[in-house]
Design a protein around this ligand. Structure first.
Ligand SMILES: Cc1ncc(COP(=O)(O)O)c(C=O)c1O
Length: 386
């Protein structure tokens, strides 16, 4: 199993903290945003006397309510098209297991969410990457590039929309191009849409589930982790109109018995979160993104992709090896007793030796911390070279 580039430097961060150094965590997508009050109240006011297993596919009430939430977002599905999972992570694992045999292949535009590598290894399937480029903000690579890679073993194309780590939001036209190619070659199109709510600059998210004619091919991965800042609830889901996919995923769900019962209650309540919560959160992320990008671009030799969604960006640094630099930041550098932790981007690629000078930065900290973090990075780059 590959180690997670997001977590592998944690021991160095812990060491730095022991030395009394404050570490700004830009490495992990753990937002500092408060969980909606309705979800917290549902846990606090809970009167359960037995925390029982729920149904393997998730409680009927919760799935019905998620379906209603999707309908509001122009995604017409019902409770039977949904399997509740232990986070989006388990949804990905079940999906891989359900649609692929050992040695099958999944094509993924890279850089991609690093744990796709781990889920592929765990499922015995091979990731076939298509490189996307920082110079066009990591837009969808030309469809011909995908087509060249399709073999009899190819079972699916996987996208993350909006993207972690790129922040790229696929346009409707790009989704339509992907829909055409999966229909032509009879593949699945898996879309990890856990950041759906987080789109900026007036842009709207277009889900693969909105695409007519894609019913048998489309599998959507979702999660409450980021939407409601409920990462620790561990609730996600698989959504598909393809009955065979859902029936197979259900067998995986039965084997692990049940998704978390208490967290489903909180997640169900979270669906009543008022719109104002999202308006405020999105406003905050836009401000953070703008500050981060503006400040990073002021540093000599730094190139940044402008994110249109989610809360990450990839930055190219004037260093040869960002893995080494990231570790050095924790082991050997501080500015007034503070340092930053970033995720080296090489682990978000599966092509060897790509992205070596890139890092992923998560703008999940408040604006003051972000400004301080970029100041630290700037000073660190100067010290690293001298
Ligand atoms: C793109 C993407 N997909 C899936 C996940 C898995 O999240 P969870 O298992 O918390 O739902 C994450 C978490 O960071 C993510 O960024």
């Amino acid at each position: 199993m590959p180690e997670s580039p997001i977590r592998k430097l944690v021991p160095y961060a812990e060491e730095a903290k022991k030395k009394g150094i404050k570490v700004h965590h830009l490495n992990i997508g753990q937002p500092d945003i408060k969980t909606p009050e309705v979800a917290l109240q549902a846990i606090k006011n809970n009167t359960l006397e037995i925390i029982e297993y729920s149904r393997s596919e998730g409680s009927e009430e919760y799935r019905t309510k998620i379906a209603a939430y999707y309908s509001k977002n122009s995604i017409i599905v019902s409770a039977k098209d949904i399997i509740v999972t232990t986070g989006g992570s388990e949804a990905l694992l079940f999906t891989f297991g359900s649609i692929m045999d050992v040695d099958d292949e999944v094509i993924i535009p890279e850089p991609f969410y690093a744990n796709y590598n781990g889920f592929s290894v765990a499922s015995g399937v091979k990731v076939v990457p298509v490189v996307s480029n920082i110079d066009n903000n990591f837009a969808l690579p030309p469809i011909a590039e995908f087509e060249k890679l399709i073999t009899p073993k190819t079972k699916a194309i996987l996208i993350c929309n909006p993207g972690n780590p790129t922040g790229y939001l696929y346009s409707k036209e790009e989704i339509k191009k992907l829909a055409e190619i999966v229909k032509k070659h009879d593949l699945f199109l898996i879309a990890d849409e856990v950041y759906r709510e987080f789109t900026y600059d007036g842009l709207e998210h277009y889900s693969i589930m909105q695409e007519t004619g894609l019913e048998d091919h489309a599998i959507m991965i979702d999660s409450v982790s980021k939407r409601y800042s409920m990462c620790g609830a561990r609730i996600g889901c698989i959504v598909s109109k393809n009955k065979e996919v859902i029936n197979t995923a259900l067998k995986f769900a039965q084997a692990r018995l049940s998704p978390p019962t208490l967290a489903q209650i909180a997640s169900e309540a979270a669906l009543d979160t008022p719109q104002i919560y999202f308006d405020n959160v999105i406003k905050e992320y836009v401000e953070r993104r703008n500050i981060l990008i503006t400040e990073l671009e002021k540093i000599d030799g730094v190139k940044v992709a402008k994110p249109k969604g989610a809360f990450y960006c990839i930055a190219e640094l004037p260093v040869k090896n960002a893995d080494h630099f990231a570790q050095w930041l924790l082991e050997n550098f501080n500015l007034d007793g503070e340092t930053v932790m970033v995720a080296p981007a090489s682990g978000f690629y599966s092509t060897p030796n790509v992205g070596l000078n890139q890092v992923r930065i998560a703008y999940v900290l408040n604006q003051k911390s972000l400004i301080k973090s970029v100041k630290i990075l700037k000073a660190a780059l100067k010290a690293y070279h001298s």
